[in-house]
Design a protein around this ligand. Sequence first.
Ligand code: NAP
Length: 485
Amino acid sequence: MASFETRLFINNEFVDAKSGEYLTVYNPVDDSLVSDKISSAGEADVDAAVAAAKAAFKGDWGKTDPTVRAKKMRQFADMIREKAEEIAGLDTKTMGSAIGTQAMGYGVCADLFDYYAGLADKIHGETSYPTSAGKYKITQREPIGVCSGIGAWNVSAVLFGWKAAPALAAGNTFLYKPSEKAPLGTLALGALIKEVFPPGVINIVNGGGKTGQLMAAHMEIRQIAFTGSTATGRKIQEHAAKSNLKRVSLELGGKSPSVIFEDANLNLAVEKSMEGILANTGQICAMASRVFVQESISDKFIEGLADGFKKVSSGDAIGDPTLKTTHIGPIADKKQYERVMELIEVGKAEGKLVTGGVRRGKDGLYVEPTIFKQTPNTSRIVQEEVFGPVVTVHTFKTEEEAIEMANDTVFGLSACVYTESISRALRVTRQIEAGTIAVNDWYFPGPDTPFGGIKQSGYGREGGLEGLIEYLQTKTIQININTTT
Ligand code: NAP
């Protein structure tokens, strides 16, 4: 008997999938089977989840006062915090990310529920002063109805919280599909959801791409928030367009530049670049995977980064992800590992390997933190998302050249700029094409500000007030006040 939940969570009950289909997950540390009995939702299951969400929206939840919704959300946040480590362990088991990283993800998820609970009773409209024609107009922001989310596997808890928390604060009901690589942690939240929310308010439908497709094409889901690759994002948009034109927001891939000028604090730039490249084993959408360093400091920077990477490779920061001392675990699964190694071979063929570039150890899907230099900008390793602990370092002479190189990508998710000059920081951040930019830091999203991309990194925002507005629709009401004539 598995010590974790593997069924779907619909209408506050764990249920077997009517589809009779199951997902299988392995532990990337030793390739051992975690479970081959994870229910995978088919059409009838997704329909049941939508029906439950619809009934909850039309019933109690849709009519609940915002302050009551907020109270329940805060209660849920506290419960997540209490269980964070235990639940995080389930994701670590299936996708190998360090327990500390995943537990922090559940902490962020709890923070998101607290943050959006605070906004639940602050949803206001506007008033337009009437003209002589006597038309008095007000706008009100209303919930959309049945909303949904599909998540990637890298930080399941954060991706769930980014979507579910604002959806609920706005008064909607919700269904969520976690990735087939990391469904167990999200599923475990079902037991907590049941204690706090009425039936149907949050439903969890596991499954692979087929389940996601059923959601994106569903005629009664009014909105879908997607986090994942750009390729799948395109499909989501297509399914939405071909079905009921549901609202879509897309948090997609990135190939984020980090631009380091010669006046930067070099130690800080090295330290923050290490964080930005190695966090979650490089499996972060906003990772600083293309570094551009001004020529005069490039040797020193590369030396510092390579030393740092070598220390990580030889120490206990990389290894068993269930240990609290570990920061870097294995790559999530075989498919992902093979992709990382394939792109590393491209880097070796087209650029110069500085350090890493090999599998670490014989067991487990571990990759040595890797640096390439002198890779042409057209190389796949520079243009495609690796989603592993791999960085390409490039050099530039002038500010203009740095900006041009940084923007030479189809992505526009995030960026970093290192300089001691405030005017340069403001000048450069203005010209870099990205949804979020950190100065003298690596960008780490928080609940209070919007996160999201431009260009092929998607559209829509998660976090902050903008994240709430994604789950509201505006109604304008016009009142004729000239009724006496
Ligand atoms: P993915 O392959 O695009 O999958 C994302 C989700 O979509 C998974 O739940 C997947 O299901 C589902 N899916 C697959 N095919 C589908 C289809 N045809 N219709 C509907 N859903 C479908 O991405 P991933 O490999 O899981 O995640 C890595 C990507 O996510 C990277 O590109 C990364 O940059 C991006 N990401 C972006 C952000 C951000 O905030 N911008 C944050 C985190 C990750 P299964 O996995 O169950 O098959």
